[in-house]
Design a binder for this molecule. Sequence first.
Ligand SMILES: NC(=O)c1ccc[n+]([C@@H]2O[C@H](COP(=O)([O-])OP(=O)(O)OC[C@H]3O[C@@H](n4cnc5c(N)ncnc54)[C@H](OP(=O)(O)O)[C@@H]3O)[C@@H](O)[C@H]2O)c1
Length: 268
Amino acid sequence: VLALCASASTNPAPTHFQFLRIQLTTWLMHVYNISPCFQELGIAVTHSNIEAICGSDVVFVAVKPHLVPLVLNEISQHVTDRHIIVSVAAGVTLATLEELLPENSVVIRLMPNLPCVVQEGALLFTRGSHAKQEDGALLRSLLHHCGLVEEGPEAWIDIHTGVSGSGVAFVYLFAEALAEGAVKMGMPSALAHSIASQTVLGAGRLLRDSGKHPAQLRSEVCTPGGTTIYGLHTLEQGGLRASTMSAVESATERARELGRKSAAGSRK
Ligand SMILES: NC(=O)c1ccc[n+]([C@@H]2O[C@H](COP(=O)([O-])OP(=O)(O)OC[C@H]3O[C@@H](n4cnc5c(N)ncnc54)[C@H](OP(=O)(O)O)[C@@H]3O)[C@@H](O)[C@H]2O)c1
């Protein structure tokens, strides 16, 4: 699908989810720890996109971006003012979504990231011109199980893609390099990788839970003349900070470029 619809206005519980076609993307499957036995959970399952639209209030559109026009054209005449259409399609703008749907449709653009699968995602959404604050609140209440859910202007969606969608891969690269450093120094690979991943996890949790600025936490680890400041100096010499900032910039620019291409494509 289109992935899933929820009769959320009556009951946001997972058993009220209905699926257009039962092709949940991985991140959605983990929202409520839903196992593949959807029917056993009392979830209505259908292969018809139209049937799902007619029985739902909140509709998640999770097809590949180039299929969004096809699917929205299919469901468009069944979309009414009770529906909230939520798109996760990368690069498909609110303007494009609103153009493909009936006038005054309530549309929200949402950008999740991979750690939603372990309920530690970072999600940013932006409301279309007819989506009210309470529509955003409803979305938050449905998705807070995925992780951090924030709202912002549409211009931030591409930045979110750079810092968080792609940022996940940047962190993996760093974790891999940490482990390889340990292997170089003589630690067995499996142990090095598990210690590196735990280090990234622990550092991330402490950063989030303490609410402290990363520079403050970093300085707390630095004993004068100690090991950490020597290592940090080496990282600065390698330009880690500058190249990370440039990586976020490149990924954001690429998201913007793909968005422009997708808007041009949907107008054809
Ligand atoms: N994966 C991520 O981490 C992530 C993050 C942010 C945003 N997104 C966005 O999420 C969307 C899905 O990405 P994905 O990687 O999850 O793709 P995917 O695995 O290919 O999932 C897309 C699903 O849509 C189904 N589908 C195709 N045509 C359909 C139709 N006409 N009606 C109903 N369902 C249809 C497909 O089913 P069949 O296989 O049966 O055709 C498939 O299950 C994309 O727009 C992407 O930009 C993904």
